[in-house]
Design a protein around this ligand. Structure first.
Ligand code: AMP
Length: 429
């Protein structure tokens, strides 16, 4: 099998690494890839969101299977272009990708199908209407920009002044670009968050192992939101009865709803949930694997990913083939100093030699590149140090031991990935 992977982050490195393990795989291209992916696949300098360029490349090299990592190619209609040509691809259609690309589309979908979610106060096309609505909501209120805003489009507003300021920045000053033209207001939910990710061929589906990510930049969930500072996976995150409740009240109604709306869905579907006192409720959909959740998930895969994804593309997913390593995994993200604000790149990365030889440890690259044979930083999130072990504490210890060997100027990482879960265990909860 010759496979084309689209994307440039740690998620794509993890996918490429796992695909390479398959005896079925002969060749992998990655567009555009990064400094770490370059060691395992042929990187091609094409923007993953450029549908025309990706189609032209595929026309030339004829991949047997294409796998889409990030959301932009999906929202831009890449999978539709491939399917029109009968080329095998994993990822939902442009229409289905609106579940991620438009918060209003996804909220209306949830409401239409009676799927538990935060109560919506309304959707607004003008700031004046939004300000008026803010006079009659309960605080704190959640404000969501409709379109893709690079993770900056959701704001939990504590009071009217902060809410007005956000709406002003998004709708009047267009600080988030076209994604902020419309907004929605919804109630604030309380509880623990959980990511529930499934893989589906449009008919059958399989849940992946449960994960939890860490969005804030500093320990103790302080500081601004990021793309993700780390994640862990452990079966204990999801007791059997909760998994069944999520399957019956969220996953299956979602897949039935999509089918009923005439929007078949194929690929990964990430469901962000809040586990509230009155049951799990949907916060958001992503039409792809999360990053860094993907790294923690891939570390626990005990099946042939290339075969499974080819089955998905062919519409014949066999969920029972998807076996998982028992135990746990963790991914600790090393970032450039200053991220998610301003940061410098081009810093030399040292200490990587031998880290991948530690049993259970894998270093997945995100923002790295090779400059004249030297590996340097090239983004906010630089590396995802990933480890799998029999217990969560062991996987965290391995990942942190490996992280402590790596260095680049300004390097930052959270020291408390998974700590909440290990504390809960220690307290017997
Ligand atoms: P979203 O992109 O919609 O998942 O929002 C990003 C983050 O904002 C989520 O992971 C939650 O932490 C938070 N969030 C979103 N919607 C709500 C809500 N209705 N109540 C509380 N927190 C929310």
């Amino acid at each position: 099998m010759k496979i084309l992977v689209l994307g440039a982050g740690g998620r794509e490195h993890a996918l490429v690494w796992k695909l390479r393990e398959s005896p079925l795989v002969e060749k992998i291209w990655c567009a555009p890839g990064n400094g770490g992916i370059a060691a395992e696949a042929e990187c091609v300098a094409i923007d993953a969101g450029d549908v025309g360029a990706i189609v032209a490349f595929a026309e030339k090299v004829h991949p047997d299977l294409t796998i889409v990592g990030p959301e932009l190619p999906l929202v831009n209609g890449l999978t539709d272009a491939f399917r029109q040509r009968n080329w095998a691809i994993v990822g939902p259609s442009q229409q289905a990708a609106q579940l991620e690309g438009s918060k209003i589309f996804s909220k209306e979908f949830l409401v239409r199908h009676g799927i538990p979610t935060a109560k919506m106060h309304g959707t607004f096309d003008t700031p004046a209407d939004a300000y008026r609505a803010l006079n009659s909501v309960a605080w704190p209120v959640v404000i969501k920009a409709d379109g893709l805003c690079a993770g900056k489009g959701v704001f939990l507003a504590p009071d009217f002044a902060d809410a007005k300021d956000f709406v002003e920045r998004v709708m009047e000053k267009n600080e988030l670009g076209p994604g902020g033209r419309r907004i929605l207001l919804e109630e604030t939910l309380e509880g623990e968050e959980l990511s529930f990710i499934i893989l589906t061929d449009g008919k059958r589906y399989a849940p992946l192992v449960p994960t939890r990510d860490h969005k804030r930049v500093f320990d103790g969930n302080q500081g601004p939101n990021t793309g993700g500072m780390g994640a862990y996976s452990s079966d204990e995150l999801l007791p059997d009865d909760l998994r069944e409740l999520i399957r019956s009240t969220i996953v299956e109604p979602t897949l039935h709803g999509l089918a009923a709306d005439g929007i078949p869905y194929q690929g990964f579907l990430y469901i962000g949930l809040m586990l509230t006192k009155s049951g799990p409720k949907v916060l958001e959909f992503n039409c792809r694997l999360g990053d860094p959740e993907a790294q923690a998930i891939v570390a626990r895969m005990d099946f042939d990913l290339a075969e499974t994804l080819a089955d998905v593309a062919a519409g014949c997913l066999e969920p029972s083939k998807m076996r998982w390593k028992p135990g746990a995994s963790a991914c600790v993200v090393l970032t450039s100093g200053g991220y998610p604000g301003k940061f410098e790149t081009g810093k030399r990365i040292e200490g990587l030699t031998g880290v991948d030889n530690i049993t259970g440890v894998r270093v997945f690259h995100a923002g790295t590149k090779l400059a004249g044979g030297t590996l340097v930083t090239n983004g906010g999130r630089v590396l995802g140090i990933t480890a799998a072990a029999a217990a969560l504490g062991d996987s965290l210890a391995l990942a942190y031991a490996a992280a402590s060997r790596i260095h680049f100027a300004g390097m930052h990482y959270r020291k408390d990935i998974g700590a909440h879960a290990t504390h809960l265990r220690a307290a017997g909860n």
